[in-house]
Design a protein around this ligand. Structure first.
Ligand code: TYD
Length: 210
């Protein structure tokens, strides 16, 4: 019997929603259920991707929004080709700490790059490997920024920018209700964790209960 390809789950949201923490918690939870899981972060998780991450997040040079877009998509293509495809039939679940929607929200809705063009670039980079499920962790930008490190190029941008990114994400979620599930993160970590696990449980079933 041929193995099914891994379930692709992306985790998205503005700064300070606890995405990376929830990716780790979820990975541990799924592993306990017997699933083979790996996490990739964007930009990064490939050697070139990590170098691009350095330029994008901590580089001193000024980048135009379109240049940023191309770099994020370039890092994505490397990740998909070098890592994601290689794990597609050996893992059950691949968690993506940011993916295609981040460029639409940040560079598209946030920085004004043509959203249709970003969709085309994303398609060229990932092909059919769109997420089966996207968890959008939502918080108001003021709270999110106060929780974030405020260290990198994007965290340093003003509230108006983060407001546009958030609205962009919510707009994407409204257009694709089946794939993108929104969870408010103005409650405790445990509460958010429970909601994420409930959504995943509904989609995957629970191995040790089968
Ligand atoms: P990271 O530290 O991974 O995110 P977080 O602070 O949420 O844990 O930093 C990634 C940054 O890059 C984040 O500010 C969002 C931004 N970004 C984009 O602007 N476009 C993209 O396509 C991606 C993947 C990330």
């Amino acid at each position: 019997m041929t193995k099914k390809r891994a379930f692709l789950l992306s985790m998205e949201g503005i700064e300070g929603t606890g995405k990376s923490t929830h990716c780790r918690i979820l990975s541990r939870f799924l592993k306990r259920q017997g699933y083979k899981v790996c996490i990739f972060r964007e930009p990064g998780s490939s050697s070139v991707g990590e170098k691009i991450r350095e330029i994008l997040l901590h580089g001193k040079n000024e980048l135009t929004a379109f240049c940023e877009t191309l770099l994020f998509v370039a890092a994505r293509e490397q990740l998909v080709t070098q890592k994601l495809k290689k794990n597609l039939y050996t893992k059950d679940v691949i968690i993506l700490d940011r993916y295609i929607d981040a460029t639409l929200a940040y560079q598209g809705y946030g920085a004004g790059v043509d959203v249709r063009l970003i969709k085309q670039l994303n398609k060229a980079a990932v092909g059919k490997l769109v997420p089966d499920l996207t968890i959008l962790l939502d918080v108001c930008p003021k709270t999110g920024i106060s929780r974030s490190g405020r260290g990198d190029r994007f965290e340093k941008r003003n509230l108006a920018f983060h407001g546009k990114v958030r609205n962009g994400y919510l707009r994407l979620a409204k257009k694709d209700k089946k794939r993108i599930k929104v969870i408010a993160t103005d409650t405790s970590i445990e509460n958010v964790e429970e909601k994420i696990q409930q959504i995943i449980h509904n989609r995957l079933g629970c191995k040790n209960k089968i």
